[in-house]
Design a protein around this ligand. Structure first.
Ligand code: HSE
Length: 343
């Protein structure tokens, strides 16, 4: 599979690292082989090499700050309009890992459309297109016979959407409720151990958990975006972030957390989605509650179903490798879809 990456921040580098370090295992175990042929960034350069880019050299260049530091070689292109590149590149899949814009989803949404229209699969960790245009992109994908993967947008690589859409197919899912933001859960956990809010946020940023603008995390918008994605994928409902009740954790103080601890409780940022709507708010849970034990950047979601009752999934919710894995899972599915079509 030839991949064109849009964005090359923590998540894009996480996927590149997996593809480099697991190449032999992926090929031997699953017959999966992927090459990065292009990388487009907003401020750190562009590279297109139809023969495939060296992942070591890519990571080294971006580590030093700019893709211009990638060594010059025959056939390498460094400047091109991103949309032209997406339309004309010899690539099998677009990997959208640029920052999430939950207001307009742009320019990522146009990039996804252009990729599908030019016959490429699309997989994304970018929550903008998934939250604002899931139904449109799925319909377009079906129309052109290409896969649209959004697993990495909710709970990183923890297979939340696969569980809901595949393993639980046949059940009626009545509600989804849980901890859908890694950064805030990390901050709350660290604050409970005595760390100051600002220091905990800085750590979450350094570990690659936080959004480019962490306001989206701490004010609840990232969790709300994931609630909108779950509503679209699981309930075929279009929820609007403008009307959804959303409250974050930035107003919570150490005193609030200590008061909760003294009462045998803890604060968690809980997102809830039903076919009728969604909301995000900090909630005080008894320490005996299963979600109270979910700590750090770990996330959890409980799907309430008619036939199975409650099914809870717990796993990594953020981080470069965990999110890169979500993209890899979607690339596997895209490859299988291509193989099925050929046979
Ligand atoms: N900023 C997000 C989080 C990244 O902390 O959960 C994963 O979507």
């Amino acid at each position: 599979m030839r991949l064109l990456l849009i964005g090359f921040g923590a998540v894009g580098q996480g996927l590149a690292t997996i593809l480099r370090d697991q190449a032999a295992y992926l090929l031997e175990r699953s017959g999966f082989e992927a090459h990065i042929v292009g990388v487009v960034t907003r401020t750190r350069g562009l590279l297109y090499q139809p023969d495939g880019l060296s992942i070591d050299a890519l990571l080294e260049a971006i580590g030093k700050g700019h893709l211009d530091l990638y060594p010059t070689e025959r056939g390498l292109i460094r400047q091109m309009d991103p949309l032209d590149l997406i339309r004309t590149a010899a690539a099998d899949a677009l990997v959208e890992v640029s920052y999430s814009n939950l207001q307009t989803a742009q320019p990522a949404l146009d990039y996804c459309r252009a990729a599908l229209e030019s016959g490429k699969h699309v997989v994304m960790a970018n929550k903008g297109p998934a939250a604002l245009a899931y139904a449109e992109l799925q319909a377009l994908g079906q129309q052109v016979g290409k896969f649209v993967g959004i697993e990495a947008t909710v709970m990183a690589g923890t297979p939340t959407l696969r569980l809901a859409l595949e393993a639980l197919a046949g059940c009626r899912i009545l509600a989804a409720r849980g901890i859908l933001n890694g950064t805030t859960n990390y901050i709350l956990t660290q604050m409970e151990s005595g760390m100051a809010y600002g220091e905990a946020l800085e750590e979450a940023q350094a570990l690659g958990y936080a959004e480019a603008d962490p306001t989206a995390d701490v004010e609840g918008w990232d969790a709300a975006g994931k609630a909108v994605i779950l509503a679209a994928a699981v309930f075929q409902q279009h929820l609007s972030l403008e009307t959804m009740p959303v409250k974050g954790i930035s107003h919570l103080t150490r005193v609030d957390l200590e008061e909760a601890q003294a009462a045998g409780e803890c604060w968690k940022l809980i997102a809830t989605v039903t076919p009728d709507g969604g909301q995000v708010e900090p909630v005080r849970l008894p320490l005996s509650h299963p979600l109270a034990r979910v700590s750090g950047a770990t996330n959890a979601v409980t799907f309430s179903t008619d036939l199975l009752g409650d099914v809870t999934l717990v796993g990594p919710g953020a981080g470069p490798i965990a999110t890169g894995f979500g993209l890899l899972a979607d690339l596997f599915t895209a490859q299988r879809a291509g193989q099925l079509k050929k046979s």
